[in-house]
Write a protein that binds this ligand. Structure first.
Ligand SMILES: [Zn+2]
Length: 319
C-alpha cells in the first residue's frame, strides 16, 4: 500500500506543500500612510497526514502572552511536527498590536465581528478574510488570550459545553484550571463552532505584560496536544492535573477606593477568608473583602484604584 501523503495548504494565494514550512500573509488593508497591513501566518506542513491545528494569538492586540507562546514554540522548533499541520498565527490583530490596544483604531473588537463581511468595518473585513482563508482548512483551534483591562487570569482553559471535542481537547491541554464558558455572539469561537470546528480558549495572565508562568503553561498545554495526536514526541511533561471549576462567581467592589489583594492568584480560599481590602488615601476607611465561597481564586484585578461594582476577584469551586 502506498503511504498516504499530507494535503497542500493554500493561504493568501501561496501553496504550502507537504514537507514545507512557510511564512505567508493574508493582505488586509493599508494604513493612511499607504503601508500595507497583513496578517502573518506560519504554516508547518509535515509530509504525513494528521490533524490540522490552528494556533492563534493576538486576536486582541494587547494580549501578548499568546504572541510569546507562539514565538517561543517556533524558536524551540516545537512545530517541526512528525505528522499533520500547524497553522500558527502569532498576531491576528496587527492594528491593535502596534497601538497596544485590544481593539482596532475605530474601537471595534475583531472578536465581536465574526464571521465578518467583505465590505463591512475594518474589524468585519479582517474577520471575513481570516475566516474564509483559514476555517475551511483546519480541524480545530487553540485560541490564546489574556485577561483584559488589568485583570490577571491564572492559566485556564475554556471549552464549549455542547461540544464534546472541545471538552476532550481541554482535558488534554491540562491547564491548571478548566471550565466551560458560553459562546459569545460574533466571536471567532462561535463562528468556528457553527462551521463544525472546535475551539479551546487559553486565558492566562493580563494584557500588555509578559507572565512567564502563563507562557510556560501555554507552551506545555499545546505540547500536550501535539504529543497526544502523535505530532511530537514527549518533550517535557509536568504531571499537572487540571481542576474543573463548575461554580464560578465574581466578587465586586462594595465601595470605591484603593484595592489591595491579600492573596496570590491561583490559591485556594475558605469561605469568609479575607482575600483583599479596599481603603482610602487617608487611613480613615478600611473594608475587608471576604471570599463568598470555598474554592479557588482564578482571576485578580490589578487595578489599584477601583469604583464601586468593579469586578475584583473571580472565584470558582469544583462543585
Ligand atoms: Zn482576549
Amino acid at each position: 500500500m502506498k503511504p498516504q501523503t499530507n494535503k497542500t495548504i493554500t493561504i493568501g494565494g501561496e501553496k504550502i506543500a507537504p514537507g514545507q514550512d512557510k511564512l505567508v500573509y493574508i493582505g488586509i488593508d493599508r494604513l493612511p500612510t499607504g503601508t500595507l497591513i497583513d496578517i502573518p501566518i506560519y504554516v508547518f506542513n509535515s509530509k504525513k497526514p494528521g490533524p490540522v491545528i490552528l494556533i492563534q494569538a493576538g486576536l486582541h492586540g494587547d494580549e501578548i502572552n499568546g504572541i510569546e507562546i507562539v514565538r517561543r514554540m517556533i524558536y524551540e522548533k516545537y512545530f517541526k511536527i512528525k505528522k499533520g499541520t500547524i497553522i500558527a498565527v502569532p498576531i491576528l490583530n496587527v492594528f491593535g498590536f502596534i497601538h497596544f490596544s485590544r481593539d482596532l483604531p475605530d474601537g471595534k473588537d475583531v472578536n465581536r465581528s465574526f464571521p465578518g463581511s467583505k465590505s463591512g468595518s475594518l474589524a468585519s473585513r479582517i474577520a471575513y478574510h481570516y475566516t474564509t482563508a483559514i476555517l475551511p482548512q483546519i480541524d480545530f483551534c487553540i485560541d490564546l488570550h489574556t485577561g483584559g483591562a488589568r485583570r490577571h487570569n491564572y492559566p485556564q482553559i475554556r471549552y464549549t459545553l455542547d461540544d464534546e471535542k472541545s471538552e476532550q481537547l481541554a482535558a488534554i491541554f491540562d491547564a491548571p484550571f478548566t471550565f466551560h464558558s458560553d459562546l459569545i455572539n460574533k466571536s471567532f469561537r462561535k463562528t468556528a463552532f457553527r462551521n463544525g470546528i472546535s475551539t479551546i480558549v487559553y486565558e492566562a495572565g493580563e494584557s500588555m505584560r509578559f507572565d512567564d508562568f502563563s507562557i510556560q503553561k501555554g507552551v506545555q498545554g499545546i505540547l500536550n496536544i501535539l504529543v497526544h495526536f502523535g505530532m511530537s514526541g514527549p518533550v517535557f511533561m509536568e504531571g499537572s492535573k487540571t481542576i474543573y471549576l463548575q461554580k464560578r462567581r465574581w466578587l465586586r467592589a462594595p465601595t470605591a477606593g484603593m484595592f489591595i489583594p491579600k492573596i496570590l492568584n491561583g490559591t485556594d480560599v475558605e469561605k469568609g477568608q479575607v482575600i483583599g481590602i479596599i481603603t482610602d488615601a487617608f487611613a480613615h476607611h478600611y473594608k475587608e473583602l471576604k471570599s463568598p465561597m470555598k474554592g479557588y481564586v482564578f482571576c485578580i484585578n490589578h487595578q489599584a484604584v477601583v469604583n464601586q461594582g468593579d469586578a475584583l476577584f473571580h472565584l470558582g469551586s469544583p462543585s
